[in-house]
Ligand binder design. Structure first.
Ligand code: NDP
Ligand code: GDR
Length: 370
């Protein structure tokens, strides 16, 4: 049985990748951070009692900023494959905690690679590095390929640029099977609540159920190439099964504005929106509602722009060309954006119905709008 070690196992991709690898018969080890509250919601369904012998899913405490911890764990686990997914992954937050982001996302990757080298595992352990379309930043060319020059636009992207190149360097210097997957945005019902897609699907569900008045967003013109996380974790595994260690773009090849994503999400609950005004004065009102069960009045304002969500430097347009992955590895995404929005809306409606129930029972519910 192959052994995988996943950093970032408690995140969106870590959870889907764990499910995927367990189905393939892997023993999966993961790194989790100590927190004052449980932070393993996304993988709780995979949890196994530590007293059970022969577990195939094991979590270890650790942190990307702690080299000795990473060395000790890799020595103990002796993984065939490491998936380095751990990162402070929020672009806007990286402007607020740039040093920590550089440490965890940039140097953290070095710590993993160097642990493999120090332990003499260069020929045994393959490493997947979670690189990102944020590396392209300021538009140089479209669509973006493995050969498009990088121009990072945030502390997050700059840290990930270090991680990208240190992965290439360890491959070239020490002959390691170390690869970058340059993944474009990918989402799912378990996407973090403060990324724009999930913020929108949660709000659309809450507004439809009368739990929230409106949503505040930043740049509605930003364009993203959005795919489904399930399709993308499959490709992470394929990258480590390839004949040669290489770097790969993973994307759908289609791009959509934040504004159009909002329209699609509200359409899923039968609400048609009209956008009025421009820039910071832009807003959206209900044009019509085809769903008799939803009591949202025509003309009601449900979206406004709040400049607090504008970024000091923005990435305006991402659209990826995954031809290399399509032709050399046969990777074809199974979901399109419409499927993704539908699945996210169905899931958030169900979650918010639970909130509605709790509220009707006289209990207070909390919503974080960030
Ligand atoms: P999430 O934010 O959902 O998950 C990040 C994971 O990293 C969590 O498990 C988090 O732990 C963990 N983590 C953060 N900081 C540390 C640290 N210092 N030490 C140990 N663990 C830490 O991200 P995604 O699952 O969406 O993304 C996975 C990776 O892929 C990230 O590296 C991200 O930057 C990258 N990426 C993501 C894309 C996307 O669209 N989703 C696209 C391209 C790249 P905790 O749960 O405790 O917070
Ligand atoms: P991104 O994702 O920055 O692309 O990084 P995010 O969903 O945060 O933003 C996408 C675009 O939407 C605009 N936007 C808003 N974003 C957020 N979060 N909140 C808002 O209210 C809002 N309004 C408009 C943003 O300005 C941006 O243009 C994600 C992360 O998963 C990274 O870790 C990953 O590397 C990249 O995708 C690929």
């Amino acid at each position: 049985m192959k052994i995988a070690f996943i950093t970032g196992i408690t995140g969106q991709d870590g959870a889907y990748l764990s499910e995927f690898l367990l189905k393939k018969g892997y023993i999966v080890h993961g790194l989790k951070r100590r927190a004052s509250l449980f932070n393993t919601d996304r993988v709780d369904h995979l949890y196994q009692d530590p007293h059970v012998e022969d577990r195939n899913f094991v979590l270890h405490y650790g942190d990307m900023t702690d080299s000795t911890n990473l060395i000790r764990l890799i020595q103990k686990i002796q993984p065939d494959e490491i998936y380095n997914l751990a990162a402070m992954s929020h672009v806007q937050v990286s402007f607020e905690i740039p040093e920590y982001t550089g440490n965890a996302d940039g140097l953290g990757t070095l710590r993993i690679l160097d642990a493999v080298r120090l332990l003499g595992l260069e020929k045994k352990t393959k490493v997947y590095q979670a690189s990102t379309s944020e590396l392209y930043g300021q538009v140089q060319e479209t669509p973006q390929t493995e050969r498009t020059p990088f121009y990072p636009r945030s502390p997050y992207a700059v840290a990930k640029m270090y991680a990208y190149w240190i992965t290439v360097n360890y491959r070239e210097a020490y002959g390691m099977f170390a690869c970058n997957g340059i993944l474009f945005n990918h989402e799912s019902p378990i996407r973090g609540e403060t990324f724009v897609t999930r913020k929108i699907t949660r709000a659309a569900a809450r507004i439809a159920l009368g739990l929230q008045d409106k949503i505040y967003l930043g740049n509605l013109d930003a364009q993203r190439d959005w795919g489904h996380a399930k399709d993308y974790v499959r490709m992470m595994w394929m990258i480590l099964q390839a004949d040669e260690p290489e770097d790969w773009v993973i994307a759908t090849g289609k791009t959509t504005t934040v504004r159009d994503f909002v329209k699609m999400a509200f359409n899923e609950v039968g609400i048609d929106l009209e956008f009025l005004g421009e820039g910071v004065n832009e807003r959206a009102v209900v044009k019509s509602c085809a769903n008799p069960e939803i009591k949202v009045k025509k003309g009601k304002e449900v979206l406004a722009v709040d400049p607090k969500y504008f970024r000091p430097t923005e990435v305006e347009l991402l659209i990826g060309d995954a031809t290399k992955a399509n032709t050399k590895l046969g990777w074809i995404p199974e979901y399109d954006l419409q499927d993704l929005v539908k699945e996210m809306m169905e899931s958030d409606l169900q979650l918010m119905q639970k909130d509605q129930h709790i509220q009707k029972g006289g209990y207070k519910i909390f919503n974080y709008y960030e």
